[in-house]
Each structure stands twice: as structure tokens, then as C-alpha cells.
Design a protein around this ligand. Structure first.
Ligand code: PLP
Length: 433
């Protein structure tokens, strides 16, 4: 009754439905129960002590882990091909968590400059002031930029496989080689591509992060994030550089995570220390909702991408459209990278520029009937925003230009509605400028 199908069957669609959620061994429940509990009864005093000293792995308190959240983590790790995942309250929290694991005050990050504006805010403003983490942001089109920016304080490289919203696709394998030569991990935010299109761990990335808020959930009901550890980075070899795993931990009787957990040192640390002490835990209801979304990921992503491709091709020919940044277009300089890294699909989030600047841009977003004007992406419904006045409004003009955001820029996240309706809605809005 409790057979775990995900152990014997490994197809992507199968894992999306079964990984992490075998039938409940006690009740037979076929759906993953939502474990609304903060704590777990210890068998006896020794059991409690063993859990608290990491001699035994298990559930103690839901800030560290919870069975429903754990199911979502297992499913995501299976889809990305990683050793394990750690769920967080949001995508941004996942970034704080993994950076905290690897960085100390005065350390340095090399990041792609073509990433989500909120992540740029973290790197440029909050991290240096609050944590003493410095960053250099580089144009990811030239791989040498990453190499040149690395210093002896650099602890990681961070980039987005498919950048929000600029449609930039990065040559992951080439950057992974730079990271490997420098003895540091490459961390890839795979939010826009999802593992249905791209699996960064297969191309040499060591760690993947997600905002599960977007396509992984798909429905727009639940905020969440995750860190997936590939289990391939040799923390022991670089123990001096990463003391969280290489030095005795005073809060766990002086154990050295590298010695106690080997390849899983980072993965265990993220729960046992990271979530315990920083507290950006994902709630079980959100994990349950995310599990529901992930079941249909393999069906949704190709349809999202086919609709986005049709919209991009239509807009590229539209007389009121100045430019379209969709990497699935043959005219895009990222077209070949999409074929190599993203299964030939260009994703569903992209930007285009309308003729007429700021006034035309704001007119479009307020004229939509089917598209929702919201600061989100990756919903089953089509979404639209004017980044310059909303999601990216806190950036300087110079920073906006570096991210490919002008006053005329519109960002769309193409949903699963009938393609004729999506195009008709855009056409009626364009007709009004
Ligand atoms: N990464 C990317 C690519 C995003 O688009 C976002 C949010 O839009 C985030 C991370 C942050 O995720 P969250 O909103 O879940 O904190």
C-alpha cells in the first residue's frame, strides 16, 4: 500500500507526480497530508537529545523541518537532479539562506547584472549594509567578465538561467568552468526556466535556487522559495574558505559538518543551522499548494512557452512595437543558448518596448482586459506590468538601462488562456496608443 513509486520510476512527469509523496504509511492517504504542527513528540529523552545533537535525523520543531514541507523539498530535488532541497518562505529568503551559508562579513559575490531587480536590490543595498557582503555585478554575455571580477574574497557566482525580465540566457557551462577553476560554487536561480526546461546542475552548477512562487506553483496562491544542493561541490577541499562546514560548530557540540555529513554537509547545515537560526521557514500549507502546482509542471511549461512564442512573433511584426526581447525568437542573440540549455523553449516571461515611451507604456497596462496588471510572474493567467514605474522603480535610471528596462518597456508573463484571446487583448490595448 505504501509503495514509493518515485524510487522505481524516474521519468520527469512521473517524479513531478510521485517524488516526495508516497501514500501515507499510517493512513494510506493518497494525498499528501498538510501537517499543521509546530512540534513532534519525542519517543523518549534519548531520542530528543539525539535529534538535538544531530546524532539522529528526524522531526523536532517545524522551524527546521515539517513532513509536508519535506515532501515538497524531495520532489523539487528529484526534478532538479540534486542531493536535497531546503524550502524557504520566499525566493528572496532562499537567496539570503544560501548566501549566509557561504559568506562571512567582508566576503564577495560575483553576480550577473541581468537578474531580477529585487535580487539586485539585495546585492547592492541590503547585503553590504546589513551583512558586510560585497558584490560585483557583471554583464553575463562575456564570460571573461566573471573571471575578471573574482577576488580572493569571492565565495560564489550567482546568475539566473533565464533572466527576469530581460530574456537573457546565460552560458551556464562556461560560467561553471570559471567557478570551478576559482574553487567556488556557481549558484543558478532557475525560477523562470524551471527544471522542465533547464537543469543547471547538469551543466556544472553546484546549487540551484528558486522562487517557487512562480511557475513551480503556477497558480499564484503561495509564496515560497528553495535551495537545491547538487551535492557535487567539494566543501572539504575548500574547508578553510567555508568555515560553516569546515570548522567545529559550537551550537552542535563542536561537530564539523564536512566530517559528519560528507557530501550532504551544506544540505544538512541549511536545515540544522540555517533555518533553525535565521528562521525563513516555509509554511506547510504553502508547501502543499506548491506540490499541487508541481504535478502539472511538465504539461504547463511547454504550453506557456508555445503561447509566449506566438505572442513574441506577433509583437515583433506589430507596427506599434519598437522591439521584443524574447530569447525563443530566431532574431534573439540568445536563440542558440535556448536550444542548448532550455530544451528549445524560450520561457514565458519577456519584455517588449512600445513606441511612445512612458505614456504609451502606462496606457497599455491600464487598457488590458484579460491580462492582470500585477507585480508577479509565472501564473497560469497572463500578467502584465510596466517595470519602470513598479517592480524596478527603486533603481536608478542607469541601473534600469543596465537591466534592459526603459520607460517604454512592458513585461509580460504569458499564461495558459487561448492564444487567440491573449493576442486579441494585446492588440486592443496597442490600438489605444
Ligand atoms: N528570483 C526571480 C527570478 C524572481 O523573479 C523573483 C521574484 O520575482 C525572486 C527570485 C524572488 O522571489 P520571491 O518573490 O518568491 O521572494
Amino acid at each position: 500500500m505504501t509503495h514509493n513509486a518515485a524510487k522505481d520510476f524516474q521519468g520527469f512527469e512521473t517524479l513531478a507526480l510521485h517524488a516526495g509523496t508516497p501514500p501515507d504509511p499510517v493512513t494510506g492517504s493518497r494525498s499528501m497530508p498538510v501537517h499543521f504542527t509546530t512540534a513532534y513528540v519525542f519517543r523518549d529523552a534519548v531520542h530528543g537529545a539525539d535529534l538535538f545533537s544531530l546524532k539522529e535525523m528526524g522531526y523536532s520543531y517545524s522551524r527546521l523541518t515539517n513532513p509536508t514541507v519535506n515532501a515538497m523539498e524531495e520532489r523539487l530535488a528529484a526534478l532538479e537532479g540534486g542531493l536535497g532541497a531546503t524550502a524557504t518562505s520566499s525566493g528572496h529568503a532562499a537567496q539570503v539562506l544560501i548566501f549566509a551559508a557561504l559568506m562571512g562579513a567582508g566576503d564577495h559575490i560575483v553576480a550577473s547584472s541581468r537578474i531580477y531587480g529585487g535580487s539586485t536590490n539585495q546585492l547592492r543595498n541590503v547585503f553590504p549594509r546589513c551583512f558586510g557582503w560585497q558584490s560585483t555585478l557583471v554583464d553575463p554575455d562575456a564570460i571573461d567578465n566573471f573571471k575578471r571580477a573574482i577576488t580572493d574574497k569571492t565565495k560564489l557566482i550567482f546568475l539566473e538561467s533565464m533572466a527576469n525580465p530581460s530574456g537573457v540566457v546565460v552560458d551556464i557551462e562556461a560560467v561553471a568552468k570559471v567557478a570551478e577553476a576559482a574553487g567556488i560554487p556557481l549558484i543558478v536561480d532557475n525560477t523562470l526556466a524551471t527544471p522542465a526546461l533547464c537543469k543547471p546542475l547538469q551543466y556544472g552548477a553546484s546549487i540551484v535556487t528558486h522562487s517557487t512562487t512562480k511557475f513551480l506553483s503556477g497558480h499564484g496562491h503561495a509564496l515560497g522559495g528553495a535551495v537545491v544542493d547538487g551535492g557535487t561541490f567539494d566543501w572539504k577541499k575548500h574547508a578553510g574558505k567555508y568555515p560553516n562546514f569546515g570548522a567545529p560548530n559550537p551550537s552542535y557540540n563542536g561537530i564539523v559538518f564536512n566530517d559528519a555529513f560528507g557530501k550532504a554537509a551544506l544540505h544538512v547545515w541549511l536545515h540544522a543551522v540555517g533555518l533553525r537560526d535565521l528562521g525563513m521557514t516555509q509554511q506547510p500549507m504553502n508547501a502543499f499548494l506548491t506540490l499541487q502546482g508541481m504535478e502539472t509542471l511538465a504539461l504547463r511549461m511547454p504550453r506557456h512557452c508555445a503561447n509566449a512564442q506566438a505572442v513574441a512573433e506577433h509583437l515583433e511584426k506589430h507596427p506599434k512595437v519598437a522591439w521584443v526581447n524574447y530569447p525563443g525568437l530566431k532574431s534573439s542573440k540568445y536563440y542558440n543558448l535556448v536550444q542548448k540549455y532550455c530544451s528549445g523553449m524560450g520561457g514565458a516571461v519577456f519584455t517588449f518596448g512600445v513606441k511612445g515611451g512612458h505614456a504609451a507604456g502606462t496606457k497599455i497596462v491600464s487598457s488590458m482586459k484579460l491580462f492582470s496588471h500585477v507585480a508577479n510572474i509565472g501564473d497560469t493567467r497572463s500578467l502584465i506590468t510596466h517595470p519602470s514605474s513598479t517592480t524596478h522603480s527603486q533603481l536608478t535610471d542607469e541601473q534600469k538601462v543596465a537591466l534592459g528596462i526603459g520607460p517604454e518597456t512592458i513585461r509580460v508573463s504569458i499564461g495558459l488562456e487561448a492564444i487567440a484571446d491573449i493576442i486579441a487583448d494585446l492588440d486592443q490595448a496597442l490600438a489605444q496608443i
